[in-house]
Design a protein around this ligand. Sequence first.
Ligand SMILES: Cc1cc2nc3c(=O)[nH]c(=O)nc-3n(C[C@H](O)[C@H](O)[C@H](O)COP(=O)(O)OP(=O)(O)OC[C@H]3O[C@@H](n4cnc5c(N)ncnc54)[C@H](O)[C@@H]3O)c2cc1C
Length: 371
Amino acid sequence: MKAIVVGGGVIGASIAYSMSQGGAEVTLVEAGRVGAGTSSTSYAWVNACEKLTSRAYFELNWAGVRSHCKLAEEFEGANWLHRPGVVQWQDAGAEAAGFDEGDFDKFERLREWGYPVEKIDAQTLAELEPDIDLGTFNEDGALYYPEDGWLDGPVYAGAMVAAARARHSLKVVKGKVTGLLVRGGAAAGVTLENGETIEADVVVNSAGRWANEVVGNPEHELPLAPTVGLIAYTVSCDTSLRHGLRTPLVNCRPDGAGRILLRANDIDKGVPADADPVPSNPAAQKLLSRVKKLMPTLKGVHVEAVRTAIRPIPKDGYSAIGPHPALSNYYVTVTHSGVTLAAFIGEGVASELVHGRDVAEFSAFRPSRFF
Ligand SMILES: Cc1cc2nc3c(=O)[nH]c(=O)nc-3n(C[C@H](O)[C@H](O)[C@H](O)COP(=O)(O)OP(=O)(O)OC[C@H]3O[C@@H](n4cnc5c(N)ncnc54)[C@H](O)[C@@H]3O)c2cc1C
């Protein structure tokens, strides 16, 4: 089988790796740099504990977490997956999890569904994260996910592409896809901006938030409801922060070499799509002042860099993974939570397209629901 994968983010790179491993002759077409799209500007929390709005969505993400763990074990020296644990004392209630019922208990739900979670008090938090001002903590305690963590998207995507090139026959083409090549009602390849065409038996669209720009035909577009995210990075500092934290002030985690990555949902809501990604950006400065409240030891630390990104979200908020109903040989993978899902989507797409075996976890998330 000859396959084209459009887009080398965490998802396209995973698919290119797994399909190559399965014996397909894969061409990965990437307009920019592998891993430099939304995958490079992500909180990248690898989790299923925030995906409780449906059992199917939880199971999909839980499969995602397990796939990442398994894949990292298979790669000697895998350096992209970090799992020190995550502490949450914001949005652990019903409303944030997408439920109306007041008696929804996130801890109980996660235990029932088999997710590693513990309840911790202020004393345990102080042991886990000594720099936190306990005055900012919640009387009700927090949820601690001891096996959660995050993934360095560009490092992971780069490793998948390098492995598929070295061990299998992956070809990487730098170019922008401007349309699908359609023959007899089926996708037969892609057209590039420079006029070249590449032919294949199947085309997989993994261009994330740009997925509709790839198709060149409004009939094949997917309805999307993208949102803007802003991330600020502190300078390297002598922080003792080790875990991911989801707090009412800010979500933060280590980002290597003493840098701390900062974001907050409520701040994101006020960020325009054309926000200037500079350290003086007011949203970034607000994140900084909040993290200093959370950890007063950060006094004197400043923002070194800011990035903004658009989340690739299908219109109903859930993943779109599967064949396009209006065009044979054309397969779509557009989703939020893509960092969590990448390895599993890679394996699953290879299972469906190379081996002809449907993946049960994908069944509730087919793009056909939109057409
Ligand atoms: C602020 C923020 C926080 C997030 N937090 C989390 C989180 O905690 N956990 C989680 O799991 N997910 C999170 N996400 C979502 C996650 O980052 C994305 O779902 C994921 O990165 C999408 O990966 P992708 O491979 O689909 O897209 P991308 O990484 O954007 O890759 C798409 C690639 O396609 C290429 N491309 C585009 N157009 C073309 C074209 N015409 N021709 C060729 N190539 C093209 C681009 O250059 C790019 O490299 C977050 C996102 C944001 C913005």
